[in-house]
Design a binder for this molecule. Structure first.
Ligand code: ADP
Ligand code: MG
Length: 613
């Protein structure tokens, strides 16, 4: 047998890599904003259309690129940010993997205009599905403008998985918040469908938070600042009465990068212990600065999950800092009791929230010891006492709501990837047929159960509708025409439908008013199916249906789809199943058949779990 292993062509590899980096428009937003920041931009504008599905554009006034660099930037593993593996431990830039632009260019229409300060003319590049389609000199301001249009235009299955505009816009807004909050010294604008959502001037951290979260937040922020050998922490926590029943505003940043860290989240929550009404969540905006070599950012492609070298100590410091700040706040609250009463928040004025009651040793400074890694403290009650219980791992594994969500998202993205990346990546292994009726595909979030007959019906229906409207159906000419005899009223009906039937590939002549001769058939229609199909079309036309429900074209497409679809009992191989899935999710409405019957069900992990109760 000949050798079977081959290298994937670049554009395929890029498309697969894109699945890791780009899951939705918000991922593009994040990557482009981060590139602008890495280019030392002072002002960044984000423009999107249709929640980023049509356009994501980022304009910066950063250092720009030379023509060669602009070309290079779209190669995989092309980065100006690191050159050796050791550099990974001294990272000060957001990007370093050199795959964002290559990934985006593999699955969208990308255009770039960029100019460096020292160049008179800039460069314009247009790229489609990894191929450069245009390159020319261009007059453009210093900096870079990247436009990403029609995301996933060549990966319909993934495009199908995008959520509604409002959900995708929320994802983008979240991403924008995170990046903008980490960089208050940069001005940001965000324009959605021609209306300005945010205009954030450069300023302090506090101003940035307030500008994003609204001025009502201002009075509720308690500042934090601690410096230790291991890390510097600054930022704000929400006063306890700011706590929300819904998920609070919870933001961790490490070295100017938004991160998700469920273990550190627990550190904050535990510092608030006893101060919050039941089931409410604290808010916090905490900025941690650690030496670059003590944090691993490279553990996840989106770089939001990071690993600290000494997580236990960082946990202890975060917890103590929050406690300290809360203690400080309570002193201030006592000193200026009158004032604070004046600006009591509404809920509190109505007496529904409890006044904070904090018992801490205000003189205690958890960082007095030179070795902050030591867990030992003075034995006073109610003071900072880092918890080194061996049970912490158990806590850690009890991931908070958000991180569970993220894991799922990630898993789902992976599954999507295997859904769309067809033969090349051998992804057919997780698809199989059940009872020659269902196609089962494993998603990491559960199981997708597809009714093969209905799925094919939906695919054909949409295909036929397209052919009927643009009239470009392909016909296979018959060597020996099929002669049919039918009562005159039926022949009349067929005559009325002749144009439509021809547009899907049915070519026929009416010889007498009882005889027709079929000369061409739609591709994929078996000869044995011709008579029953025509009969059912005629019957369908004769049926009295509520007016306006179906057009002739609709009926015809629906009938034909039913007849032509793969049936229950048909065996399918892996490739056929994969194709069916891909085509199904490229449909406008994959969920239902033309008759409104369910095409597939998604058994989620939760659903399965509930069956084991
Ligand atoms: P990474 O950011 O990991 O290096 P990217 O694919 O995001 O990888 O970008 C590749 C390279 O393109 C960057 O290293 C940088 O040199 C250049 N680049 C990307 N965006 C910009 C920009 N807005 N301004 C200047 N240079 C940029
Ligand atoms: Mg980058």
């Amino acid at each position: 047998m000949s050798d079977i292993i081959r290298l994937l062509p670049d554009h395929v590899a890029n498309q697969i890599a894109a699945g890791e980096v780009v899951q939705r428009p918000a991922s593009v937003v994040k990557e482009l904003l981060e590139n602008a920041i890495d280019a030392s931009a002072k002002g960044i504008t984000l423009i999107i259309k249709d929640a980023g599905k049509t356009l994501v554009q980022v304009i910066d006034d950063g250092k720009g690129m030379s023509t060669t660099d602009a070309r290079m930037s779209f190669e995989r593993h092309a980065t100006s940010k690191i050159s050796t593996a050791d550099d990974l431990f001294q990272l000060v830039t957001k990007g370093f993997r050199g795959e964002a632009l290559a990934s985006v260019a593999a699955i969208a229409h990308v255009s770039v205009k960029t100019r460096r300060e020292e160049d008179d003319l800039g460069t314009q590049l247009d790229i489609e599905g990894s191929k450069v389609t245009n390159q020319e000199p261009v007059v453009t301001p210093q900096g870079t403008m990247i436009s990403v249009r029609n995301l996933f235009y060549n990966v319909p299955a993934r495009r199908k998985f995008l959520k509604s505009d409002s959900v995708e816009l929320r994802n983008i807004t979240n991403e924008f918040h995170r990046v903008a909050m980490a960089h208050p010294q940069i001005g940001f604008k965000f324009i959605n469908n021609d209306s300005e959502l945010f205009n954030l001037p450069a300023g302090s951290y506090r101003q940035r938070i307030v500008n994003i979260m609204g001025s009502r937040v201002d009075e509720k922020l308690v500042p934090i600042k601690e410096e230790t050998e291991l890390l510097t922490i600054h930022g704000y926590i929400g006063k306890p009465e700011f706590a929300r029943k819904t998920k609070g505003l919870q933001y961790f940043f490490a070295n100017d990068r938004f991160i998700k860290h469920s273990y550190l989240h627990l550190a904050v929550v535990s510092a608030f212990e006893g101060l919050l009404p039941d089931k409410s969540n604290p808010s916090y905006f905490l900025y941690l600065d650690v030496p670059p070599d003590s944090i691993d950012i490279n553990i996840h492609p989106t770089k939001t999950e990071v690993k600290f070298e000494d997580e236990h100590s960082i946990y202890a410091i975060v917890r103590a800092s929050v406690k300290h700040a809360l203690g400080q706040f309570s002193i201030d609250a006592i000193d200026f009791q009158k004032d604070t009463e004046l600006d009591l928040p509404y809920e509190k004025a109505r007496g529904t929230a409890q006044a904070p009651r904090i018992e801490v040793d205000h003189d205690f400074n958890p960082f007095k010891q030179t070795d902050s890694r030591s867990s030992n403290t003075s034995g006073k009650s109610n003071t900072y006492r880092p918890e080194r219980t061996p049970a912490w791992e158990a806590l850690y594994s009890g991931l908070d709501e958000e991180s569970t969500m993220i894991d799922e998202n990630h898993a789902f993205a992976k599954a999507e990837q295997s859904l769309f990346s067809s033969e090349e990546s051998n992804s057919t292994t997780n698809i199989f047929q059940l009872q020659r009726k269902f196609i089962i595909s494993t998603l990491q979030s559960g199981l997708l159960v597809i009714n093969q007959n209905r799925a094919h019906e939906r695919i054909l229906y949409e295909q036929l509708l397209r052919q009927l409207t643009v009239q470009n159906g392909v016909s296979q000419q018959l060597l020996f025409p099929i002669a049919l005899q039918r009562p005159p009223e039926e022949v009349t009906i067929l005559k009325q439908l002749q144009t439509e039937l021809e547009s899907v590939g049915f070519l026929f002549k009416v010889l007498e008013n009882t005889n027709i001769e079929i000369e061409g058939l739609p591709l994929d229609l078996k000869q044995t199916d011709v008579e029953p199909l025509l009969d059912s079309i005629v019957k369908f036309q004769q049926e009295e249906l509520p007016a306006g429900n179906f057009s002739n074209v609709d009926r015809l497409a629906a009938r034909m789809a039913t007849k032509m679809a793969i049936k229950t009992g048909d065996a399918l191989n892996g490739q056929q199943m994969q194709q069916l899935i891909d085509e199904l999710f490229a449909c406008k409405e994959p969920e239902l058949t033309a008759q409104g019957k369910k095409v597939f069900i998604n058994l989620t992990g939760d659903h399965l779990n509930s069956k084991f109760n």
